[in-house]
Design a protein around this ligand. Structure first.
Ligand SMILES: Cc1cc2nc3c(=O)[nH]c(=O)nc-3n(C[C@H](O)[C@H](O)[C@H](O)COP(=O)(O)O)c2cc1C
Length: 357
């Protein structure tokens, strides 16, 4: 084992607590809107090693109005724990009302989105736009903290662009307000998802705070990346988004490394079980609509599990749970017909100039 790994593991032995909750692991699932819904979180949690999940971002006001979509996004269950619900808005009163709604409805943690680069969110003053007005963002977060007893965390980028990397300044201000933790995606809004993650920027944020945990995020695709993120930046934990889609067993592997166990590799049956559980949990929440929702995962499972092309194609078209189960049976029987590979194209990120996203 390399020295960075050992040091990161020693850090792990002191458990990480956020907002009074001691977490079983420092490795978290980063929210990926459209993917990290309840069913995905549950199957991921069942693999082991996952410390905390966050919901997809939800517009704060829509929670108060209890729109169908927002209620779906925050749907959870006892197994989906520990969980933070992520809200966004550019309007203080909306954010406060959304936070209170979450408290009144029994949720246990609130995460404020300050990293989203999408125009429709930035145009209303939310997401990464908040990082442009440090006084305004501080006032906003302070108002949320004053309004609820729940722990409040913030997820941000390094700043709006290279000339305005406000993450360290904001993190220090948030710590003074009582924010429980800050996650930093090591890119600016201007970068979108391009270029590489600036770990020095995450490190500068770690150095700007006294003891509030900073969670490093961005481009962690392997357990080695997670340990080196902790080692290079001094961050207290790591949030993994696209890397968890590439390898849903990454959290389990991180745990195995820490415990000195042999590295887990899922058997073919375990992989098929993952696929099947994912769909059936989704179905418990969404009924037969899940047949449609599942389609976007077909290509990924096709590559990951080496599912023969014709069966992958059927996974894109099935219309009932019985049909799904029949396809899974076929997948089991025809094991080995197609080589599995690392899926690359699953999580789409927006293209073109970031100004037009
Ligand atoms: C498709 C997609 C959806 C995302 N949705 C959210 C979101 O709802 N809230 C959020 O804070 N970040 C969101 N992110 C950003 C990720 O949480 C994460 O910060 C970013 O992808 C970098 O981490 P990664 O390289 O581990 O994926 C999203 C990213 C992608 C690609």
């Amino acid at each position: 084992m390399t020295k960075p790994h050992q040091e990161a593991i020693q850090q792990q032995q002191q458990q990480l607590a956020i907002g009074g909750r001691t977490l079983s692991s420092r490795f978290f699932l980063a929210p990926l809107a459209g993917y990290t819904h309840l069913a995905f979180r549950i199957v991921m949690r069942r693999q082991g090693g996952l410390g905390l999940c966050t919901t997809d971002l939800v517009q704060a006001q829509t929670l108060v109005s209890e729109t169908r979509k927002s209620l779906e996004l925050v749907e959870t269950c006892p197994e989906d724990n520990p969980l933070a619900v992520q809200i966004f808005s550019g309007v203080v009163s909306q954010l406060v009302a959304g936070a209170k709604w979450l408290e009144d409805h029994g949720y246990s943690a609130i995460d404020i989105n300050m990293g989203c680069p999408m125009a429709k969110i930035n145009g209303c003053g939310g997401g990464a736009r908040l990082m442009c007005d440090t006084a305004g963002a501080t006032e906003m977060v302070g108002r949320v903290i004053d309004a609820v007893k729940l722990p409040v965390t913030v997820k941000m980028r390094l700043g709006w662009d290279r000339d305005h990397t406000t993450a360290p300044e904001l993190a220090a201000a948030f710590e003074n307000l009582g924010v429980a933790a800050v996650t930093v995606h090591g890119r600016t809004r201007q970068q979108g998802f391009k270029g590489s993650v600036d770990r020095a920027g995450i490190k500068a944020t770690v150095e700007a705070v006294k003891s509030m945990p900073i969670i490093g995020n961005g481009d962690v695709l392997t357990p080695e990346d997670a340990f080196s993120m902790m080692q290079e930046t001094g961050c207290a934990g790591v949030a993994i988004g696209r890397g968890a889609m590439l390898d849903p067993w990454i959290f389990r592997k991180l745990q195995d490394i820490e415990l000195g166990r042999e590295l887990f590799e899922p058997s073919r049956d375990e992989q098929i079980e993952f696929l099947s559980s994912h769909f059936h949990i989704m179905r418990e929440q969404h009924g037969d609509f899940s047949c449609l929702m599942f389609r976007k995962f077909a290509a990924w499972y096709g590559a990951r599990l080496g599912i023969p092309e014709d069966l992958e194609s059927r996974l894109r078209q099935f219309e009932s749970a019985a049909e799904f189960d029949a396809i899974v049976e076929e997948i089991r029987k025809r094991h080995g017909e197609r080589e599995s590979s690392v899926p690359t194209a699953l999580v789409r990120v927006p293209n073109g100039p970031v100004e037009r996203w």
